[in-house]
Ligand binder design. Structure first.
Ligand SMILES: [Zn+2]
Length: 499
């Protein structure tokens, strides 16, 4: 398996440090608002990476923090006249709900910053003792960037150039408490009305970067395998995490760094001022989460992703094609009753082995999900062609089912699994089929599934009697409801055309 490592600026062979177990850390949200779809994309990307590692047989220890004390949370609480802890709790719950709605697996551990203050104070002390940090007179503690020679190696920035950029700030008197303008806060002295914890430097709260250093060490141990996050976190957040952890421990922090690409809306950067700032929660009111995931995974996780309703529609249509294949294969398997076998067992096994191989090859190459999806579409077409127009024999049932199951299993690596594919058809028939069945099939009940069966029975009788007008009336009535009647050797089947 090869992965792209941000720090090494290229693809490298991947082997976990501890054989069989991959230890990953992915920075979580700062809980002051609902997350937007750019955040959601990052979490879907690393969920896909985690699911693929699991599928490849690794155990995965996945740690994701919740930043529940921060300037933005305090500002929001002050604006709304609320308690900062209450604001953080509300949006932590909302974040977890959003992740569940999107089918993102829970992390192995989800530490909250406010519950780890003691460990963070311990790490800050270690940094001061090691000469990598200093307390300013007002109770702030800063990391001394110049004390860590590797600073800048992860993001590729040059600290001398950065220093020049900061010189103007210094002459304006900003950052006077710092010995060097590049130094960043490990601990912030409390201002009146802010949440605060006691520390050796007086009451205050941790800086943002220190929590990830602390939690990664506490829950994964150093060095761990993969540190992930959105590309916007590479500098300064990840650069600072790395500097703190490596300066304090003398060990490598993360062996590999992975960063997900950004998301644009209609080819524009998402921003509140452009009015195209999209919250995940709002989108999921009208969009199937499986379709949103499908759209995201059609783009490689490192590439910029363009979100638009047109692309959503295309994703919905494409996913529906795969769902139709699975439905058709399973329906054929359920109705395989002929005496003669028509599916060649070796051909079926060969097709399944080939798709698994091609899928693995694509995903082993830095999690190339768009390529892997292409592999699955080819397989879907192949499975359809193996069974199309054939009345399956009893022996063929398990073979048709194996083709469907292989497709569902591999889509499960994208978090689009059995629950998406097994949506019982009767549950999704539009309720209007009941009225149609009352009109054309003298149906008197209110069950859409029974209504559809009554309609198909009337159509079959009409066809047998060569009453084409009656048969077409049923077909056209169903078509108007987005249901296409498809005649197969096993009888008439319905396909959804509008989703
Ligand atoms: Zn972090």
């Amino acid at each position: 398996m090869r992965i792209y490592d941000t720090k090494l600026r290229g693809k490298v062979d991947f082997e976990p440090i501890q054989p069989g177990t991959v230890r990953m850390y992915v920075c979580g949200p700062t809980v002051y608002n609902y997350i937007h779809i750019g955040n959601a994309r990052t979490f879907v990307s690393f969920d896909m990476i985690r699911r693929y590692l699991l599928w490849r047989g690794y155990e995965v220890d996945f740690v994701q923090n919740v930043t529940d004390v921060d300037d933005k949370i305090i500002a929001k609480a002050n604006d709304e006249g609320r308690d900062a802890a209450e604001v953080a709790r509300e949006y932590t719950t909302a974040f977890i709900e959003d992740m569940h709605a999107l089918g993102v697996m829970d992390p192995t551990v989800r530490p909250r910053a406010t519950e780890e203050i003691g460990a963070m104070i311990g790490l800050v002390k270690e940094l001061i003792d090691g000469g990598h940090a200093y307390a300013a007179d007002d109770g702030d503690v800063y990391f001394s960037v110049r004390s860590f020679p590797g600073y800048g190696q992860l993001s590729g920035c040059n600290i001398d150039e950065m220093e020049a950029g900061h010189r103007d700030l210094r002459t304006e008197g900003i950052g006077d408490r710092k010995r060097d303008p590049l130094d960043f806060a490990l601990w912030k002295a409390a201002k009146p009305g802010e949440p605060a914890w006691d520390s050796p430097w007086g009451p205050g709260r941790p800086g943002w970067h220190i929590e990830c250093s602390c939690m990664a060490d506490k829950y994964l141990g150093l060095p761990f395998d993969i540190h992930g996050g959105g590309a916007d976190l590479c500098f300064p957040h990840h650069e600072n995490e790395r500097a703190q952890s490596e300066a304090a421990s003398g060990l490598t922090f993360a062996r590999h760094w992975m960063h997900g690409g950004m998301l644009q809306v209609n080819s524009e950067k998402m921003s509140k001022s452009l009015g195209n700032f999209l919250l995940l929660r709002e989108i999921l009111k009208t969009v199937d989460p499986a379709v949103l995931r499908f759209l995201m995974l059609q783009t490689h996780y490192r590439s910029p992703l363009d979100y638009s309703t047109d692309r959503l529609d295309e994703a919905a249509t494409a996913l529906e094609r795969l769902k139709n294949t699975v439905r058709t294969l399973r329906w054929a398997a359920d109705n395989a009753a002929g005496d003669e076998s028509v599916l060649d067992e070796a051909a079926v096994e060969g097709a399944i082995a080939a798709v698994r191989g091609a899928f693995t090859e694509a995903m082993d190459d830095d999690f190339n999900s768009p390529k892997a999806l292409g592999v699955l579409f080819d397989f879907s077409a192949q499975a359809n062609s193996l069974t199309a127009g054939k009345a399956l024999g009893r022996d063929d049932g398990p073979r048709a089912r194996a083709l469907a199951d292989a497709l569902v299993e591999l889509m499960g690596v994208f978090g689009i699994g059995e629950d998406v594919f097994c949506d019982e058809v009767q549950e999704t028939f539009p309720s209007e089929v009941v009225a149609l069945a009352a009109e054309l099939a003298a149906y008197g009940g209110d069950d859409p599934q029974a209504a559809v069966e009554a309609l198909l029975a009337v159509r079959a009788e009409a066809r047998a009697a060569k009453d084409w007008a009656a048969a077409d009336a049923v077909r056209d009535g169903l078509a108007a409801l987005g249901l296409a009647v498809k005649d197969t050797p096993q009888g008439a089947q319905l396909e959804f055309t509008d989703r």
